[in-house]
Design a protein around this ligand. Structure first.
Ligand code: PMP
Length: 368
């Protein structure tokens, strides 16, 4: 194995990929397994690509323990398209509710409201620094679904797994919809509570262009007539995601990423690593004597995206410039919140988090 000589890339997505995945993709770029063509050049209807798609789905089902009564859909349009496609496919003119806990769930609410009667069942704005207890949510009667964002990539708020709402226990027969774009494959999924879960691929599952949708089959068959055919979940499930040309190369890279994840020890190992990486960085924040600050309540701190601030914008800029010079890339916070954000996806080694901490400590010493 080649030693890691590349800088550490803390981008929020598209994000760092396992080096082994990039090397395999490079080795297979011109000629996939002796076929004489690249995966990019294959028909999506070819036997070879059918095999790649089937392998990717089988790995997803195995790694995430997806129950057989869920369809796995390989879609396009990115995670934001789902903000429209979920109501178009599931709402059937019923009300829906979104727990607004940050920028991404706020977008989900605003988009759903274009298609149906949508309300916030919880709203932590403007601070967005906590995970509101589902017991206090205002669930509308007759709701088709209730949506959460499992990990707010911008605000760094992650729903603790035990706090994913059990809607049936809360007296609602709405389906739980989960945007897991930034923490899919970093812990197990409590499927009995879930109706639909989606995630874009460009953080933990490869590259942009692919969005995974896991949908309980009993929720199919209710799409609004206005739902575009290529975004109809029922059609996608019936056509095995081949209603039109799927994002073939992104699916291939998702398969390579999943194979890497399985070689590395699977989901339990990924959960352990996420905990180890993030607690390393939070410890550096908490022991900095206020030089670095995290606004998020400890129980809701994301294991994946760690935003933090320094005292002034000037100091932040100096921190980021010095980080880049030290080979720690793309640490700038989202423009909506500023500051610094370290995105620590599965492909980020613990050594990357440790290198960031070393930089934080050295910078605080020289600027404190
Ligand atoms: N939801 C979450 C939680 C995200 O982090 C992102 C992207 N950062 C999106 C939705 C939107 O993804 P896309 O750009 O693929 O539409």
């Amino acid at each position: 194995m080649t030693p890691l000589t590349r800088p550490y890339n803390f981008a929020a997505g598209p994000a760092t990929l396992p080096q082994a995945v990039l090397e395999q993709a490079a080795a297979e770029l011109l000629d996939w397994q002796g076929r004489g063509v690249s995966v990019m050049e294959m028909s999506h209807r070819s036997e070879a690509f059918e095999g790649i798609l089937a392998d990717c789905e089988a790995r997803l089902r195995r790694v995430l323990a997806v129950p057989s009564d869920f369809a796995v859909l390989f879609m396009q349009g990115g995670a934001q398209a789902q903000n429209a496609l979920v109501p178009l496919n599931l709402a059937r003119a019923r009300p829906v509710a979104v727990a607004v806990t940050g920028l991404w769930s706020a977008k989900s609410l605003a988009e759903a409201a274009r298609y149906t009667n949508a309300c916030a069942c919880a709203d932590t704005r403007p601070a967005c620094t906590q995970w509101p207890s589902p017991a206090g949510w205002a669930l509308p009667a007759g709701a088709a679904y209730v949506q959460i964002c499992a990990n707010e990539t911008v605000h760094g708020v992650e729903a603790p797994l035990h706090a994913w709402p059990d809607l049936a226990a809360l007296g609602s027969d709405a389906a739980l919809v989960v945007d897991a774009s930034s923490n899919i494959l970093t812990h197990s999924v409590p499927w009995p509570r879930v109706g639909l879960l989606y995630a874009c691929a460009q953080k933990n599952l490869g590259i942009a262009g692919l969005t995974l949708v896991f949908v309980r089959r009993s929720l199919l068959g209710q799409a609004a007539p206005a739902c575009p055919t290529v975004f109809n979940y029922t059609d996608a499930a019936a056509n095995r995601s081949m209603t039109n040309t799927p994002p073939t190369y992104a699916i291939y890279l998702a398969g390579l990423t999943l194979a890497w994840l399985e070689r590395e020890g699977g989901l339990a190992q990924m959960a352990e690593r996420a905990q180890a990486r993030s607690s390393t960085v939070y410890a550096a924040i908490d022991t900095s004597g206020g030089f670095y600050r995290s606004a998020v309540e400890p129980g809701a701190r994301s294991r994946i995206n760690v935003p933090f601030t320094l005292a002034t914008p000037e100091l932040t800029t100096r921190f980021l410039d010095a980080a880049t010079a030290a080979g720690l890339l793309n640490l700038k916070g989202h423009k909506a919140v500023g500051g610094v954000r370290a995105s620590l996806y599965n492909a980020m080694p613990l050594a990357g988090a440790q290198a960031l901490v070393a930089h934080m400590q050295q910078f605080a010493r020289s600027h404190g």
